[in-house]
Design a protein around this ligand. Structure first.
Ligand code: MF3
Ligand code: CO
Ligand code: CO
Length: 301
């Protein structure tokens, strides 16, 4: 597909990296910064809800790419993946054994596939903050295996969010996620981790989705980072395809992922990318095991 966005210059990472201490660190955000961050994150969340309504067997991942691109550009924001370190499209679409960073293409999705759509907004009009969130969609009718994997992965994100508290450590998040995944017979990808996010797409701290409780950096109120577990049905090892982006499971087993951008508050976590309504073909299916933290819309009375 022709790059629909040649007229948009890629954002310069440098321009957004000027933190008060002059280096790229985990930033403690002020109330004003958080308000701007929330606007970018909400746009990304609304985009995922909209994507859900177009997911069906026969759609191509390029059509999803064009939809996400237009959704974000129509709101005067920038789809952050486009031209990021040379990534050629506006969104990542990771199908079945693809772990992450799948490149949209003209192949049609088929009944029974699962596809993660990872949306990242950059909102220059609101201070230039990034919002990063993804879900795994069911395309048509999934297998029992696919349901197991996707619902376990959804729970992994929820449990990761639940341990985020002032004074907790980064390792607490990974330990909680790993326990849920491995008890369910699945594995946690090591090669890709969550990350600090703000006026820089990827910054400190790194958030592994495996590890030991009581280890790693302490979490402080005002920090903003993603939790984005990638969970495999088979072994956790990944392989990078020759396009330099697409990460697949080494054993070609199914892989799923969910991602939220999280703000640390004094009492716990605020999910900045929480969605205003259920995501079609993901959260509205009868077998979805929804949780209050990552899916507040389902629990609102
Ligand atoms: N959104 C991804 C993440 O969660 C990063 C995508 S980078 C890209 O960190 F270049 F592949 F788009
Ligand atoms: Co991310
Ligand atoms: Co992402």
């Amino acid at each position: 597909m022709q790059n629909p966005s040649a007229r948009f210059a890629p954002p310069s990472e440098k321009g957004y990296a000027k933190h008060s201490r002059g280096e790229i660190l985990a930033e403690i955000m002020t109330a004003t910064m958080i308000e701007r961050m929330r606007e970018s994150c909400q746009m990304a969340a609304e985009c995922l809800v909209a994507v859900g309504s177009i997911i069906r067997p026969g759609i191509t991942t390029n059509e999803i790419d064009r939809f996400v691109h237009n959704f974000i550009v129509d709101r005067s924001a920038y789809p952050a993946p486009l031209n990021y370190k040379g990534f050629p499209k506006s969104v990542c679409t990771s199908v079945n054994e693809v772990v992450c960073h799948g490149i949209p293409e003209d192949r049609e999705l088929k009944d029974g596939d699962i596809v993660n759509v990872d949306v990242t907004t950059l909102y220059p009009a609101k201070g230039g903050y990034y919002g990063d969130t993804s879900v795994t969609f069911y395309v048509g009718k999934p297998s029992e295996e696919a349901i197991h994997l996707v619902e376990v992965t959804r729970e992994c994100l929820e449990v990761g969010i639940s341990v985020v508290k002032h004074g907790a450590r980064v390792g607490d998040i990974g330990a909680a996620i790993q326990e849920v995944a491995e008890k369910a017979g699945c594995s946690v990808v090591r090669d890709y981790v969550g990350h600090g996010v703000g006026r820089v797409f990827h910054t400190d701290p790194q958030i592994p989705h495996y590890g030991r409780a009581g280890t790693g950096k302490r979490l402080e109120a005002g920090m903003v980072f993603t939790i984005e577990p990638m969970i495999n049905l088979g072994h956790y090892a990944t392989e990078l395809l020759s396009d330099g982006w697409t990460a697949v499971t080494a054993d070609r087993s199914l892989s799923a992922q969910f991602e939220h951008t999280i703000l640390m508050t004094r009492d716990g976590a605020e999910v900045l990318t929480a969605r205003p309504e259920l995501v079609p073909n993901c959260e509205d299916v009868p077998w979805a095991k929804l949780h209050p933290r990552s899916c507040p819309a389902a629990f609102r009375s």
